[in-house]
Design a protein around this ligand. Sequence first.
Ligand SMILES: *Cc1c(COP(=O)(O)O)cnc(C)c1O
Length: 802
Amino acid sequence: MENHVSQKLKTSIEKIMEVNFGNNIKNGNKRQVYEAVLTATNEILAEKRYEYSKKVKEQEAKQVYYMSMEFLVGTSLKNNLWNLEAEDDIKAFLAEYGFDIEEFYEMEPDAGLGNGGLGRLASCYMDSMTTLSYPITGFSIRYEFGIFKQVIIDGWQNEFPDSWIDQAGYWLNPRADEEIEVHFFGNIKEHWTDKGLTTEHTDYVSVMAKPYDLFISGYDTEAVNTLRLWSAKSTSGFNMDLFSKGEYVKSTENEAIASSISKVLYPADDKIEGKSLRLKQQYFFVSASLQQITKEHYKKYGTFESFPDKAVIHINDTHPSLCVPELMRILMDDYGYVWDAAWDITANSLAYTNHTVMSEALEKWPIDLVKSHLPRIYSIIEEINRRFCQFIYTNHPELSASIDKMAIISEGMVKMANLCIAGSYSVNGVSKLHSDILKTDTFHNFNIVYPDKFTNVTNGITHRRWLCQANPLLSQLLTEKIGGGFKKSLSDIEKFNEFYYDEAVLSRLREIKKENKKRLADYIAQKNGIEVNCDSMFDVQVKRLHEYKRQLLNVLQIIDLYRKIKFQGFRPLPQTYIFAAKASAGYFMAKEIIRLICAVSDMVERDPDVRDFLKVVFIADYKVSLAEIIIPAADISEQISQAGKEASGTGNMKLMINGAVTLGTMDGANVEIYEAVGPENIFIFGLSTQEVNDLYHRGYRPEDFYNANQSIRDVLEFIKSGGIGGKNFDSLYHYLMYSDPYMNLADFASYCDAHRRVEEAYRDEARFTQMSLKNIANAGIFASDRSVTDYANHIWHVKPVQ
Ligand SMILES: *Cc1c(COP(=O)(O)O)cnc(C)c1O
């Protein structure tokens, strides 16, 4: 039966064709109908949004404001139609006029407003919160250019701009009525008045923040939430005052500052960029968002005493850490609160998620930069720091020696994680292991001072996108066997365990995997011109390219395998290694690793002795929509980071729920996957976190592993001697032999051994399918629905609005 929404959509599509193009669907071209479908879908969401936000207001419900520099949204059309349960009807409707909805899906560019896992997590949480009818607003920047397009030329990564707005802008609803002014630079003047000491910010540069709302749909819910993206523009084209003084160039300074702020996403993942523009971006979206939130609150309640009961502002990593001083500034300077009252409100309204323990990613800013760009904010941070240090000296004299490490300002820098911990009522890590490391190691001292602040919420993924939409065949099988309840409540998927011995189901699982492999093989044939064997084992490592994620270890094993096939007559199970990964634009070592993967791919492809057993494919431009094609086709999920370095991982969860078996270290959420599936349904190898730390303190010496292992010697000397297609990889040889902070060689033997165990398991078709089934059936805890419920109950204290 056709639903009400589908009927409305169709009428609306027809109307838009008429009004916008003076045309009808029958005679419309593809681009016109595409625009009409997106616009009509957006309108439905706008109406639902209006009704839902009315209810939220009426009920005076507490709201979550999720602050994140990144939201890796991906595409929206399929997701929205699926959530509205209108996908099949609209597909059929368009087909009547000769349009294939799949072509429209392909026309839509990804909204790539993020780098990787952190941004994708934010988007999964928006989906889950909405599906569970919780009020949440996401805040970020409307980057004109999202994450770059990756093009590989002769093995080398090149970056091209991603102008996504042209083709996806239909989802962006401009709200010129809610523009907000943000101030940079200038001077601070203090005056004594009858209210005490007041502060005046003068000679600042103004930038206007213009909001664009992207509606977030949920499944089987009345709720629609918004992701508010701020775009920067100058307050006026140029400053007439300066212009008339003859300062022509200076008069356009505002314009230049403004237009650069929301131009482009910084393409570095897990690495800080200490640039002036980055700091401006951070303050720009924090200030605009908090000004809006406080303004609305004040209009409704006339006081901020109730603010912590009605609002929680979540800081996704330290990028929005300026929320702490900015909320203080607004409460004191704009609303006249004294310090203690303002601090009470601030520190009870903010919650912070830490995403990494790696030192190159723990944000800090030079004092001079913060002081010059944000003079008022800097003076507030100084006072927060002064009081914080005083508090430690008074209440924890035993920590006096650690004060330099704990201070918010020290060693000429402002330390953003320390600021977040001091200014938030909750600090959480993103997997059990990671949260333990925060407490016992990274923020050990803070945990002594604030033992109740630290907690864990293990990351999750929205299975509606990553299973139901990306893998409709598997979703169909699950619906047949356990009912459709899992779509809303993934814990139901546990029932699939009952089919562990069901030959028919196991055989269906194999057929489905095969179909998904064919879909991926078609994509690879089209993009890479490589024919892959769909009967071979698909071994997949897809994620950002980073040394700590150790794609290099994966390649070393492949080179070892190549050599054993070529020179030692080894005949392994046919296997296809699939990589996809973007490297940060300025990250040389990461780009070298991509070059090595591509060179190995060419070498294998050209070698008739080897290519029937082994294939290596690097698929360019990893992004959400590509992940949706690769992940359902995977047999093996490579999660091989050095133990203690991957905070959680979410790719591991997407692969698991699609039936891939994890080959991984005991790192991040792999530990919890191990607990969920049991040791017989996962392949674990390598040093533990403790062993990594011990080896680090003893001193990691690559030559010890080189000397002890013939295969390591063979592989490294092969690379050095130009064995990989005559190409020079001295950079990587030297890295592995003389530095390598991630100890690739220490885990090499154990990793190769694990690969042989994988092969053996895969040869037993029935057994391997059972492993796969166990992974699917036990993925329930990795639903982002579970994660956000944890946040809602234990951190945010918010309730659904029905
Ligand atoms: C899920 C996802 C990630 C995160 O992958 P990890 O393996 O957890 O690092 C990165 N990029 C995209 C496009 C994703 O969908």
